[in-house]
Every structure is written in C-alpha cells, then in structure tokens.
Write a protein that binds this ligand. Structure first.
Ligand code: IMP
Ligand code: MG
Length: 180
C-alpha cells in the first residue's frame, strides 16, 4: 500500500477547527472545575494534546493502554488492559479521550473499570465515531468530533499495524486498495 493511494476523509484544517470547537464546549461545561483527561494509548494522543490546548479550565492528564486489535483492520473482540493509570481518579472529573469508537467494546470495558473507582464524574470524548459498526450499543459519548462511514481510517493518531499515526489529516485506503 502506498501513501499516494490514500484518500483524504477529513483535512487537517477541518480536524483542527472541530477540535477547537469541542475545546470551547468542554471549557464551558467544566467551568469552575478541573478536567482530568485520560487518554487511551496510543491512538488518542494527537487528539488529546490538540484538544487540551483549547480547554481553558485547569487540566491534568493520565494515560492507559488497552488492546483489542491483534493487527490488521479487524478487532479480535477480546480487550486486554496493558497499562493502567498512574494516579487514582476517585472524586475527580474524568474525561476519557479516545481516537475512534468502532465496535464500542474497548470503551465499554474501560468504562466498567473506571466507574468502579468512583470518579466525581465520568465523560467521554472521541475524535471519530463509526456508529454503523457498533456491537456494544449502550456506550454514551458526550463529545464526538466526526461521525464517519464504515471505512478503516488512518492518521491523526490512527494506525494500520502501527504506521500512519503521524499524518496530520484523517484518510483511508479505498477497499480496492486494501484488498490488493
Ligand atoms: P472498538 O473497541 O471496536 O470500538 O475499537 C476501538 C479501537 O480500535 C480504537 O481505539 C482504535 O485503536 C481501533 N480502530 C477501530 N477502528 C479503526 C480504524 O478505522 N482505524 C484505525 N484504528 C481503528
Ligand atoms: Mg489502534
């Protein structure tokens, strides 16, 4: 697969404009509070860093890592915790930051884990949402960047076998290219 075959789904300008809007909304919603951002490694880091710049309330950050993809473009369906948070979240206003919600399995697993730790509040944001692929239906996302069609997307943190995360836009290989 060659980068020249990649089609752009969301341009760098569009992504950044939308992130600024979400940052402004979060700043309003959390006024007078602190936001404890919990990023899900590694895909969410680009979105998390960019979003944090536009949140005007005090921000702290922590990270965790889970795995659902063995490799390739299909989830294995089995979610594992690879790295836990460094700090307790009890009483804190937690904002989970994801790159994309696909089947919803990762988030559902994660939320069940975090809820048990008694955060003051627990909200979710994702840069991308692929609702057509949802298997776990009861995940409620508070701030969605873009609802996208059922394509395997890359860039702005999203990878194909660990590559392409650094692209400053969101793109995809058309099915003909992926299968060639
Ligand atoms: P879920 O558990 O099926 O919702 O999958 C969530 C995780 O799968 C995301 O955090 C991504 O790491 C990965 N993923 C899902 N869809 C895509 C995609 O289109 N491109 C790249 N990674 C994806
Ligand atoms: Mg991934």
């Amino acid at each position: 697969m060659d980068i020249k075959d990649l089609s752009i789904l969301i341009s760098e300008e569009e992504v950044e404009k939308r992130i600024r809007e979400i940052g402004a909304q979060i700043s309003r919603d959390y006024e007078g509070k602190s936001v404890h951002m919990v990023g899900i490694l590694k895909g969410s880091i680009f979105y998390m860093v960019e979003l944090s710049k536009y949140i005007t309330c005090p921000v702290t950050m922590d990270f965790m890592s889970i795995s659902s993809y063995g490799g390739g473009t299909e989830s294995s369906g089995v979610v594992r915790l690879i790295k836990d948070l460094d700090e307790p979240i009890e009483g804190r206003d937690v904002l989970v930051v994801e790159d994309i919600i696909d089947s919803g399995r990762s988030l559902s697993y994660l939320l069940s884990l975090l809820v048990k730790r008694n955060p003051g509040s627990l909200k979710l944001t994702t840069l991308l949402d692929k609702p057509d692929r949802r298997v776990v239906k009861d995940v409620n996302v508070d701030y969605v960047g873009f609802v996208i069609p059922d394509e395997f997307v890359l860039g702005y943190g999203l990878d194909l076998d660990q590559a392409y995360r650094n692209l400053p836009y969101v793109g995809y290989f058309k099915k003909e290219v992926l299968n060639s």
